[in-house]
Design a protein around this ligand. Structure first.
Ligand SMILES: O=C[C@H](O)COP(=O)(O)O
Length: 250
């Protein structure tokens, strides 16, 4: 699945123009961090603008180790219409802290909306910010009752997912997530050139912003529908080639 992250209602409308090429519209506020949370009314407006069959995701923020605060924020995202609730475990330094936070989120969200999906997100560049390590995420997601484990990059300085977590380690991340019955989501300045590896390792959700913005610039550029379409075409091409290679080998 392709997840695209607009930062405003205007950009979400650009996503709507490319709706056939994407699977999830992910609301965030990049100027508040990699998984910065947007206002409830922005989530609501985007939910209203996006075709009903396309799920809307919302990030709850690069959160501190404050389980009550985060659970309440997650409920806010769900009440605002998001059905994928993403939490960036920025302030959690141990898996136990992360499980604590995610358990609160799972309860808050699922008591309100049992079919919503909760995404526990860590950071590929965790070593730069001192939070839980990437390969701990599948177990954190599993133990907390979350639905998906995700990695993004915390510091958007041009370094990419594979600069911090090479493809073979991402493959292990996906394997651990699948073994636990979770979706595996990967992001972090992902470019079309990364899609072959992401497809090969069985990534369920690829999250992008910069790659589909004007000039590849996630901050100054705006999401371009034709870039979303082109990115999707590349994803589909790799999926076809991978399926053919698997069939040929069996
Ligand atoms: O969830 C996906 C992120 O928005 C990825 O953004 P990025 O591709 O600019 O790193």
């Amino acid at each position: 699945m392709l997840l695209i992250s607009p930062e405003s209602v205007e950009e979400a409308l650009d996503c709507v123009k490319a709706a056939e090429h994407l699977d999830i519209v992910d609301v965030k506020k990049p100027d508040e961090g990699s998984l910065g949370a947007n206002f409830p009314w922005v989530i609501r407006e985007i939910r209203d603008a996006v075709p009903a069959e396309k799920p809307v995701s919302a990030t709850v923020g690069d959160v501190p180790y404050k389980p009550g605060t985060v659970a309440q924020a997650a409920l806010g995202a769900a009440v605002s219409g998001a059905t994928y609730i993403k939490v960036g475990l920025y302030g959690c330094t141990t898996p136990e802290q992360a499980v604590d936070v995610m358990r609160g989120v799972v309860r808050a969200v699922k008591d309100y909306r049992p079919d919503a999906l909760v995404v526990a997100s860590g950071y590929a560049d965790a070593h730069r910010i001192g939070c839980v390590s990437p390969l701990a995420l599948p177990d954190i997601a599993h133990r907390s009752g979350s639905d998906a484990a995700m990695l993004d990059t915390a510091i958007k300085d041009g370094s990419r997912l594979f600069d911090h977590v090479p493809p073979d380690v991402c493959a292990e991340f996906v394997r651990l997530a699948h073994e636990a019955g979770l979706l595996a989501a990967l992001a972090g300045s992902v470019k079309a050139a990364d899609l072959a590896a992401l497809t090969r390792i069985g990534t369920d959700i690829v999250g992008v912003r910069g790659a589909v913005c004007e000039g590849g610039d996630r901050n100054a550029g705006r999401i371009q529908p034709h870039l979303v379409a082109a990115f999707r075409a590349e994803m589909d091409r790799h999926a076809r080639e991978h399926a053919a290679a698997v069939a040929a080998a069996s």
